[in-house]
Design a protein around this ligand. Structure first.
Ligand code: BGC
Length: 255
């Protein structure tokens, strides 16, 4: 499999990014073109955007694609931060028809988690590991001894009388002009609840803010019970692309 070309595509709220991926090393193997997410971000328009990116990269026989939603057997089931017309869409079939090759479609946080657990902050860790992406919303990926439990959606748990992602996502800090200390405490409180429920060995914080971990780490850690490590993601904004590509290897699609 090592010489197989694999493309990973990360469909986000503002941009769609793609690259060839070296799935053995967990690294990008090409440039990483980006196109603004079309508005409205309907399945048809997003599929056309993905197709342009794949063409720019010269195509591949295996393509993994993330979407910010629950995906079961290739079908999108939720649309918290994407166009509602995705619900019920067979994304695997849609992308497969558009791109002309077998595609695997999975949740964006699950993809980032696959990459971080294999190649990043979670490498070599056993037991329960949780990756959270702190962005527009909160995405989650739950692992037990390296095995993904998909579509956990822990960002939508009720916390302090609202959805957790409305309390502690990175977008909430900006929208409410919260200081890093205040926001870090919110994240820490949320992690403390997850710790109570799952007793994780490690919680990995991903999303763009993982680069600024130093600014809020102290406030997060003050809330989290000892015995659970909290670390920033190391693959940062490449994790989704790398994980998307990895998913094509783990669960190969047969025609
Ligand atoms: C969605 C998740 C997604 C997360 C991060 C949430 O609102 O429900 O599926 O992983 O945002 O994009």
């Amino acid at each position: 499999m090592s010489d197989t070309r694999v493309i990973g595509v990360d469909v986000g709220g503002s941009g769609v990014k793609a690259a060839l991926v070296d799935v053995k090393r967990g690294e990008l193997a090409s440039v990483r073109p980006r196109i603004d997410t079309p508005q409205p971000a309907t399945p048809k328009l997003v599929a056309a955007t993905v197709s342009r990116l794949v063409d720019q990269l010269g195509g591949a026989p295996s393509i993994g694609i993330t979407v910010p939603a629950v995906v079961r057997s290739g079908i999108v089931r939720t649309a918290a931060n994407i166009d509602p017309s995705w619900i019920g869409t067979d994304a695997q079939a849609l992308f497969g028809e558009q791109l002309g090759v077998p595609c695997v479609v999975l949740n964006d946080a699950d993809a980032a988690g696959l990459a971080e657990v294999r190649f990043g902050a979670g490498k070599g860790r056993s037991g329960v590991v949780i990756l959270l992406t702190l962005g527009t919303g909160i995405g989650s990926a739950l692992f037990v001894d390296g095995e993904l439990v998909p579509n956990t959606e822990l960002g939508h748990m009720e916390f302090k009388a609202q959805e957790a992602e409305h309390y502690a996502a990175a977008s909430v800090r900006k929208a409410n002009n919260l200081g890093w200390d205040h926001w870090g405490t919110r994240v820490g409180e949320y992690l403390a609840m997850l710790t109570m429920l799952f007793s994780p060995e490690l919680i990995i914080l991903g999303g763009g803010v993982s680069r600024k971990f130093d600014r809020f780490a102290e406030h997060v850690l003050a809330e989290v019970p000892s015995g659970t490590d909290v670390m920033p993601a190391v693959l940062q904004n490449q994790a989704g692309i790398v994980g998307a590509a990895m998913s094509t290897q783990k669960h190969p699609v047969t025609e």
